[in-house]
Structures are given as C-alpha cells and as structure tokens.
Design a protein around this ligand. Structure first.
Ligand code: ADP
Length: 262
C-alpha cells in the first residue's frame, strides 16, 4: 500500500533491450540462479534468431560467473559503458565481475543501490530480445528498485514444494502484483528425486506445493524441475545442463518452461 500510494516513478527501458524477464524466489537456495541460467540458455536454444542476455543483480551472492564459467573485468565501450562477458551465446553481467570473488563486501544501503543502478544503466547490451534478470532472494529494496525503474515483461518465481519456501514465494508474488509486474508463473524446483539405482521416486521437499500455491494465487505452474545430480554438477562446473546435456530430460524441462515464458 505504501508503494501504491507513492505511485510508480518513471520507468525507463534498458537501452537496446526489448523484454526483461526477472527470475525471483522468496528464499535463497531454492534454485533461482540455476533456473535463471538454464532459462536464458533455453530461450536462446528454442529460437536461434533471438539474442538473450543474463543480468545478475544478486549483489550479495552473485552465482552467474561460476555457473556460466566466466571471469574477469568487463571492458569499457567508447561511451564508457561496461561490455557484458559472453559464454554459450549469452551476454552476461554480474557484480561478480566487478569485485573479487572472495572479497568481503560489506554492503550498505546506498552502495547496493548504486551497484544496482550501475548494473541496470551502465551496460552496453547491444541489441537483446530478452534479458533474464537473476534477482536476489526475498522482497527487499533491490527487487523493488528494479521493478520500479525498469519496465518488466514478467516475473518467474522459483520455489521448492516445501511450505517454508512457498510462504516466501507467496510474498514475492504479492510484491510483484503490487508494483504491477505480471507474474508469468511458478517453477517448482526439486520436486522429485529418482534414485538412479532402483528408480524409486522420492518427494524430498513435498510433491505439489507449488501447484497448491498456484491455485491459491490463480497463477500457472510453468514447469517442474526434478532434483537431479546432473543439474547440480553441471551448474558447479560452469556447464549448465541446457548447454551441456540438451537431450536430457532435465534440460527438456527447462526448454519447456522457456517455451511457456515467451
Ligand atoms: P538460489 O539462486 O535460489 O540461491 P541456486 O540456483 O544457487 O539457488 O541453487 C542452490 C544449489 O542447489 C546449487 O548448488 C544448485 O546447483 C543446486 N540446484 C538447484 N536446482 C537443482 C536441481 N533441480 N537439482 C539439483 N541441484 C539443484
């Protein structure tokens, strides 16, 4: 209500970017960044005529550099904008390129906002059809600031089927509604684990919590991603599964979600 009464400040598109899709989650550790990375790759794989970028505004814990196997400082363009780093055909920008990997950054409010401003406005994306934005977890200032400053085509909310994650995902969905960002739907991550030996399926975090939440909020479930060793290993080695094992069922789950999103 506070947000509504203040009214939305003027939104300004990101230069050269046609559509911004944010990937958000209520809680950390539910697979938001893994989803953002594989979604970006899947969007590009589904339609090779589209250019896709990935912006990591999770300034507290940037994971895109590792997941996309990228390192180094962005070069500056003639107009002093940062050039994204490129891998697997995806242009990427992250706070992780601007600070040392292990440097302790004690973020204070204003620093966070100026970092976000830099990531939103001082990057030379060239021409992008889609920019996938990996948000920090939760519903804090960064999420609000991004939502209020940039026109967003839609938000994808990632949750595990666990109650505690769903409660926070619910808050996230409500926040986007308040700032008039269309919620495209929920991704239910880690919904099932199948034992590679005996093939028995276990719902470690519950089976269909995201479906229940989707019904409550009148949202779509964009897809289910299983809890799978290959997804974790692929991410940790900087070879995301949609890139490295595009024929796998796990990659296909991301490709289907990408088809739902655009
Ligand atoms: P968040 O961005 O929500 O903090 P991450 O995407 O960093 O979460 O994922 C947290 C950890 O869980 C990472 O190690 C990642 O590789 C792993 N992970 C995410 N999704 C899956 C999945 N479906 N199967 C297996 N591991 C996963």
């Amino acid at each position: 209500t506070q947000i509504m009464s203040r009214g939305l400040p003027k939104q300004k598109p990101i230069e050269g970017v046609k559509q911004v899709i944010v990937v958000a989650s209520g809680k950390g550790g539910v697979g938001k960044s893994t989803t953002a990375v594989n979604l970006a790759l899947a969007m590009a794989a589904n339609d090779s005529s589209k250019t896709v970028g990935l912006l990591d505004v999770d300034v507290y814990g940037p994971s895109i550099p590792k997941m996309m196997n990228l390192k180094g400082n962005p070069e500056l363009s003639q107009s002093n904008l940062m050039r994204p780093l490129l891998n697997y055909g995806i242009a990427c920008m992250s706070m992780g390129f601007l600070v040392e990997e292990t440097a302790p950054v004690v973020w204070r409010g204003l620093m966070v906002m100026s970092a976000i401003e830099k990531l939103l406005r001082q990057v030379d994306w060239g021409q992008l059809d889609y920019l996938v934005v990996d948000m920090p977890p939760g519903t804090g200032d960064v999420q609000l600031s991004v939502s209020q400053n940039v026109p967003i085509s839609g938000a994808v909310i990632v949750s595990t089927p666990q109650d505690i994650a769903l409660m926070d995902a619910h808050k996230g969905a409500e926040m986007f509604r308040k700032v008039h960002v269309p919620v495209l739907g929920l991704v239910q991550n880690m919904s099932v684990f199948q034992c590679p030996k005996c093939k028995h399926k276990t719902h470690i975090f519950g089976a269909d919590g995201a479906r229940r939440l989707a019904r409550t909020l009148d949202l779509d479930v964009l897809g289910d991603i299983p809890l799978h060793l290959n997804i974790r290993e692929a991410s940790d080695t900087g070879q995301p599964i949609v890139f490295s094992q595009p024929e796998s069922d796990e990659a296909k789950a991301y490709l289907q979600i990408a088809a739902e999103v655009v």
